[in-house]
Write a protein that binds this ligand. Structure first.
Ligand code: EPU
Length: 337
């Protein structure tokens, strides 16, 4: 396991901002990870784990050891039920390639989650979701290194405490666990999940199949969301806020046509942060070297030379305006490091 010094992280974050790591290593297996952890312990270095850096904003240089998760491999496993198959996949695999692999094997469920940037290991951290599905729906277990108890352990769905763009890895267990592989259970029988309005509309006059859903999700995403390879970004910068039904009723008077989505918690509803930001004119606006995407008000972009600080300042200005005008505090979805 090689350890580099003063390593630029520009290629390791999808915003493409400049920041460096005092020490950096890429791990290919469990053994590499154990070695990296003992090195950090010996040298008394803090650790930051990175997958492909597609949901982080780096606002300063990191004084410790950045551990890039680069292990690869997909293992097909039997399931207790003949209708399903399990798959154990290495944390360093690319999420979208993995979604394609499953579809090519006629295993279904993940097609609504096509084209989400990032690695498999990062997917459970924020419980990735899109177009009416989230990884929690297919999750069985994962293997992680527990840095508190210094051992490998297997964590099932309830231990991961999945919620909307959240899990134990983002909340209480932040920094404690390092995910090395993830096991999902996929169906051999396709059950369409076309609940999300944008999908229903596109597919309404067709006889959808898993491939067309996959392709439609990809094309909707390509229209609205910039490709990080072409324009630095980390997808939605903020979470969609959850508010009370009363607050929603009051806001709707102020903002006719404000959309909302039903959620499980009684008396609460979710509203799109993008819609609020769009109302306030944020789409396409620039602040210094940082910018809001032309096609989506929830996506901040780096047109070229922006720093993490530039992007953070823009985000703060956006959330302040929403708080001031609508009394809603937006919470970042992206992890600020
Ligand atoms: N809208 C606007 N203006 C905009 C963009 C959107 O008014 O500039 C409106 C849309 O018309 C729609 C609503 O806002 O009524 C929601 O927009 P959209 O369907 O684009 O979804 P979103 O709520 O902004 C969420 C996820 C995305 C995910 C999509 C599709 C969050 C924070 N974001 O976005 O996830 O791809 O739904 O399921 O939950 C991500 O997490 O990085 C991400 C991209």
């Amino acid at each position: 396991m090689a350890i580099a010094q003063s390593k630029s992280l520009q290629a390791y974050n999808s915003f493409g901002v400049q920041a460096s790591a005092a020490f950096f290593t890429s791990i290919a297996n469990r053994n590499d990870l154990e070695e990296a952890l003992s090195y950090a312990q010996q040298e008394n270095l803090p650790i930051q784990v990175l997958g492909s850096g597609s949901n982080v904003l780096l606002i300063r240089d990191f004084p410790g050891l950045v551990v890039h998760i680069g292990n690869q491999g997909v293992e097909w496993l039997e399931s207790a039920s003949a209708e399903f198959e399990r798959v154990r996949v290495a944390a360093g695999e690319n999420w979208h390639n993995f979604v394609s692999t499953c579809l090519n094997k006629n295993l279904y469920g993940l097609e609504n989650l096509a084209l989400i940037p990032g690695t498999v290991g990062a997917a459970p951290i924020q419980n990735i979701g899109a177009y009416g599905a989230e990884i929690a729906n297919y999750f069985v277990e994962l293997t992680a290194y527990d840095r508190e108890e210094n051992r490998w352990l297997s964590m099932d769905k309830s231990q991961c405490e999945f919620a909307y763009r959240d899990s134990v890895f983002k909340s209480g267990g932040r920094g404690r666990y390092i995910v090395i592989d993830v096991t999902l259970e996929l169906s051999k029988q396709w059950e369409p999940n076309l609940s999300y309005q944008a999908l229903t509309e596109r597919l309404k006059d067709t006889e959808p199949n898993p491939q067309t859903v996959f392709e439609t999700v990809c094309s909707i995403r390509r229209e609205k969301l910039p490709d990080p390879a072409e324009l630095g970004n980390a997808g939605s910068f903020f979470k969609n806020p959850t508010i009370s039904q009363e607050k929603y009723a009051a806001l709707s008077e102020q903002l006719p046509g404000l959309p909302n989505f039903d959620i499980e918690e009684e008396g609460l509803t979710k509203i799109p942060a993008a819609w609020l930001l769009d109302k306030l004119g944020w789409k396409g606006r620039s602040r210094g070297r940082a910018k809001v995407h032309n096609n989506h008000a929830l996506v901040l972009v780096n047109p070229g030379e922006a720093s993490g600080e530039d992007i953070l300042l823009l985000a703060q200005e956006m959330s302040s305006s929403v708080l001031e005008k609508f009394g809603i505090a937006l919470e970042p979805e992206v992890q600020i490091l």
